[in-house]
Ligand binder design. Structure first.
Ligand code: ADP
Length: 536
């Protein structure tokens, strides 16, 4: 711990809260710039909604949500319309203040008119969401799952999921919401921080019982009841990858602003806490993503009134120690060096005709290491060769990794969803001034001109009007007043507008994909032309 800062560079910085805890120019930081902002309830809902507009079926794991106060009229109108079309629909909604956590300020309502509009709603924006009325119950109790996910790198995208997580239980038997039980938090909200105050909370040393259990213990139970646990895991993996795909475009904008390409800067990784609710039919639903999940492995116990003691919590310990240990193993800079050497040996072996018991290497820095390693490799049998770098590494003797790579492992299945990422790449290209996150009117005009998007039916004057209209609306939502200009979400909206205009009859995701292809084609042609001119 360096409460007053540290002068000498480290290879890994473990920050408590955010990327900006220190000024860092090298190594790796355990937080991404902008992550805390990205996983706030409103920002997450917006990012997922953009993906729902493009791919409604793929993103049906997030409850229908409205952003308050600006979408209050829309919320009222849509609920009325749905009730009119299906009079038997008796929904419940959950109102969650933006930026809140641990169940703070959350309440359930049966009708839009029950929203507490008085006083704080203007000053405290919120998300109102369809309440999942039929969750899966275990021992008659509602529970949610906390899964730990390591975002190891943004570019290229690398995601790992921990094999085990936590299940956090309510402390009152569940009943579907009625006007009478709406306010019973111990029945409806699974937050540990709330339920710990219930007299029914059970601290248990056993991972299979009590109010906090391992997720694997729930899976065992489900499996013994004949549930398709493999399918459940694959749905959870898919939910995690899709959610991160929804977050990456804006994260990349933050990243280039804080760590401009070409300047010395650190790389980042981050452990995220995914809160997931299982429906009765075992469909996983995303509740929220936590940028600073608690890594505590003890809980407080009241010995006598007012006297507390920290006691170990075996369930937390079992899950969380493995997550931290494996995160460090995966980001270990020494491991990267070992891997580089290994790859170097492989590439030398394939390039050079090995007649003698040594390799000729022209990279003087690694020559000694390589020849040494090579001798060992050539001496060893094939099995030992495979093991090289692990048997001798400090990892020997550690348990196998609890963090499993899911991306790029399953990239092929999900890459078609990464359209907004490509829109963000266009946005970043035209941002111009390094360190900014908003596009000025000139940048937007240059984007339209370079991508050859204006023509006789879409003049540069209409381009300016589109820019002003959309930018003004987004800025009036009061998200970020620090900079003026067009934010990424506003640019995405403008891009969707242009795509709809140009490719009229296609579904939205095809319109957007066609426009991205069109823009990328013209920009590549422009780059080539500039390169040729430069050479000339
Ligand atoms: P917080 O950040 O305050 O914990 P969450 O979004 O995690 O807010 O919500 C708190 C709790 O409320 C969740 O743990 C879950 O038990 C319950 N909850 C949240 N959203 C829903 C929903 N759409 N349907 C059913 N229960 C929900």
């Amino acid at each position: 711990q360096f409460p007053f800062g540290r002068r000498l560079p480290c290879d890994i910085y473990w920050h408590g809260v955010s990327f900006h805890d220190n000024d860092i120019f090298s190594g790796q930081v355990n937080k991404f710039p902008g992550m805390t902002e990205m996983v706030r309830k409103i920002t997450l809902s917006r990012a997922v909604r953009t993906m729902q507009d493009l791919f409604p079926l793929e993103y049906n794991f997030y409850p229908r949500s409205w952003i308050l106060p600006e979408e209050f009229p829309l919320f009222v109108a849509e609920v009325r319309m749905m009730k009119d079309s299906d009079p038997s629909w008796k929904p419940t909604f959950i109102v969650k203040p933006d930026g809140g956590c641990q169940g703070d300020g959350i309440y359930l309502i049966k009708d839009p008119s029950d929203i507490r509009l008085t006083g704080s709603i203007q000053s405290r924006p919120a998300v109102v969401q369809e309440y999942i009325c039929k969750p899966l119950l275990v021992d008659k109790l509602k529970f949610d799952i906390r899964l730990y996910v390591l975002l190891k790198s943004l570019e290229p995208l690398e995601i790992y999921i921990a094999k085990d997580g936590l299940s956090r239980f309510c402390t009152e038997p569940y009943q579907e919401p009625t006007l009478k039980n709406l306010h019973q938090v111990f029945m409806h909200l699974t937050n540990y921080s709330l339920n710990i105050h219930s007299g029914n909370f059970i601290h248990s040393d056993n991972v299979n019982t009590g109010s906090k259990r391992t997720f694997s213990s729930i899976l065992c139970r489900l499996s013994s009841r004949g549930a398709d646990v493999k399918k459940l895991w694959s749905d959870i993996i898919s939910l995690v990858i899709k959610t991160i795909i929804a977050l990456t475009p804006e994260l990349k904008v933050y990243y280039q602003s804080d760590i401009p390409a070409g300047k010395p800067g650190p790389t980042c990784f981050q452990i995220l806490g995914f809160d997931i609710l299982l429906m009765k039919n075992l469909k996983p639903m995303l509740l929220e993503v936590n940028a600073n999940p608690s890594m505590r492995i003890e809980h407080e116990q009241e010995l006598s009134p007012g006297v507390f003691e920290n006691v170990p919590s075996p369930v937390d310990e079992e899950v969380k120690v493995a997550v931290i240990r494996d995160t460090l193993r995966l980001v270990d800079p020494q491991k990267k060096k070992r891997k580089d050497v290994q790859q170097h040996i492989e590439s030398c072996k394939s390039k050079i005709n090995i007649r003698y018991n040594y390799l000729m290497c022209y990279r003087c820095q690694t020559v000694e290491h390589v020849s040494e390693a090579n001798e060992e490799l050539l001496d060893a049998g094939p099995a030992d060769r495979r093991e090289y770098g692990t048997t001798k590494s400090p990892e020997a003797g550690l348990p196998s990794l609890c963090l499993k790579q899911v991306f790029p492992k399953y990239a092929k299945q999900f890459n078609y969803l990464r359209l907004v990422d490509r829109v963000a790449a266009l946005f970043i290209r035209f941002l111009g001034v390094k360190g900014t996150t908003k596009l000025g009117p000139t940048g937007f005009r240059t984007f339209v001109r370079n991508c050859k998007l204006s023509n006789s039916s879409f003049s540069m004057a209409s381009v300016d009007i589109l820019y002003i209209d959309i930018t003004r609306r987004w800025n009036s939502m009061g998200i970020d007043h620090k900079e003026s200009g067009m934010c990424l979400q506003a640019f995405v909206e403008a891009f969707f507008c242009l795509a709809q205009k140009k490719y009229k009859s296609l579904p939205l995701h095809e319109q957007v994909k066609s426009l991205i292809d069109f823009c990328e084609y013209h920009l590549a042609a422009l780059d080539e032309k500039r390169l040729v001119c430069g050479r000339g």
